[in-house]
Each structure stands twice: as structure tokens, then as C-alpha cells.
Design a protein around this ligand. Structure first.
Ligand SMILES: CC(C)(COP(=O)(O)OP(=O)(O)OC[C@H]1O[C@@H](n2cnc3c(N)ncnc32)[C@H](O)[C@@H]1OP(=O)(O)O)[C@@H](O)C(=O)NCCC(=O)NCCS
Length: 177
């Protein structure tokens, strides 16, 4: 599948936490006191706010759910912040909300920076990261269907629908082994 080939090619040509997308180098960076305000300003388009929660509420969710092992990073294209990604990074078995050990909890690219390859490249980096984590056999996510849905985006990158739902969202998985 093209998505799997793309992930594999990216891994082969880059084992570090950076990947070249279009003309920019994409990196995942920690959110600190220095860049937090810039990251909080990132926003999807108004018609996309039904698809994904924003950075502020994601950080609040992370703080409220330490038992889900939240891991989050800002997405940069060269030195420009363009997005945000968050994982449940090694959920202990029996967790009340997260049944999957590695769950892509949030991914957003700012409206002004979409469709430049940054989302796909950031996801490549996240997949590289998860592959190095203990017991990682799959990366699970979920997405709402309908107009503007990112489900096709995930399918292009090798995710498959599992046929199950998480609330009103379709669950998808990328097999890692
Ligand atoms: C979905 C999102 C993360 C994709 O990031 P992006 O940087 O815009 O996407 P990319 O430029 O990396 O696109 C990669 C490929 O997916 C396609 N794609 C991107 N968004 C898509 C969408 N919503 N539907 C279908 N295809 C999409 C692109 O056309 C591209 O295809 P190509 O490789 O054949 O050219 C981003 O558009 C976004 O934040 N959207 C709003 C929030 C959202 O839906 N987040 C996901 C929540 S589960």
C-alpha cells in the first residue's frame, strides 16, 4: 500500500526526528514556556472545529489524564510552528477510557499551513517514535466521518478502519508489526 511504502521510505532515509516535507524540514518539539503562546495560537479552520479539539483543550485533557501517559509535541516546519500532536503513550492495561496502548489522541495542522505535507510528515515522525516504544504492535486513532473528515488522510498513510466506533468516531489502526 502506498501509505505503508511512504512511511517505510521515510524511515529508511531518516532515522532522526526530522523529515523533509516539501521545502521545509518538519520537527516535533517540546512545548515550553518559550513557545507555548505560539502553539496555543494555532487553530484549524472554523468549519473544522467539529473534527478536532484545539491545543488549549488538548493540554487541559493531558493534564487531567496523567494515567493515559499523554505525550505531546508542537509540529514545526523549519522554525515555524504549524501544528500539534498528542498521543496516549503506553496506556496501562485496563484503563477505563483508552483500551489501546498507543493511541493518536490529537493531530491538527493550523488552517494556514494545511495541505503542504506537514500532517503526513509529522505522522511519519510519530510512527517512528511509537515503533521504538515497548510492546508497540499498532497505533490506533479515531476520526469523525462526513464532510471534511480526515479518514481518507489516515487511510492514505496506511491506517485501516477496524469496523468499531469510539463514540461517534470511526476507529482506525496502523499495524506496526
Ligand atoms: C487532517 C490534517 C491533520 C492533515 O494535515 P495536512 O498537513 O493538511 O495534510 P498533508 O498535506 O500532509 O496531506 C497528506 C495527504 O493527505 C491528503 N489529505 C489531507 N487532508 C485530507 C482530508 N481531510 N481528506 C482527504 N485527504 C486529505 C492530502 O491531499 C495529501 O494527499 P497526497 O499525499 O496524495 O497529496 C489537517 O488537515 C488538519 O489538521 N485538519 C483539521 C483537523 C483534523 O481533522 N485533524 C484530525 C483529527 S482526527
Amino acid at each position: 500500500m502506498a501509505g505503508v511504502d511512504r512511511l517505510s521510505n521515510n524511515r529508511q532515509r531518516n532515522e532522526a526526528s526530522t523529515v523533509q516535507a516539501a521545502r521545509a524540514t518538519v520537527t516535533l518539539r517540546e512545548i515550553t514556556d518559550v513557545n507555548r503562546a505560539d502553539i496555543l495560537r494555532l487553530a484549524v479552520a472554523p468549519e473544522q472545529t467539529e473534527l478536532v479539539d484545539g491545543v488549549a483543550s488538548s493540554l487541559a485533557e493531558a493534564a487531567a489524564n496523567p494515567d493515559a501517559s499523554p505525550w505531546f509535541r508542537a509540529i514545526y516546519a523549519d522554525e515555524i510552528p504549524v501544528g500539534f500532536v498528542m498521543l496516549a503513550d503506553g496506556v496501562p492495561p485496563g484503563h477505563s477510557e483508552f483500551g489501546d496502548r498507543y493511541y493518536l489522541w490529537r493531530l491538527l495542522i493550523d488552517a494556514g499551513h494545511q495541505r503542504h505535507g506537514y500532517g503526513a510528515t509529522a505522522l511519519d515522525l510519530v510512527v517512528q517514535y511509537v515503533r521504538g516504544r515497548p510492546g508497540a504492535v499498532g497505533l490506533v486513532t479515531s476520526a469523525v466521518p462526513g464532510c471534511g473528515s480526515p479518514i481518507r488522510f489516515y487511510e492514505r498513510l496506511g491506517f485501516h478502519p477496524t469496523g468499531t466506533m469510539h463514540g461517534d468516531e470511526h476507529v482506525l489502526v496502523l499495524q506496526l508489526s
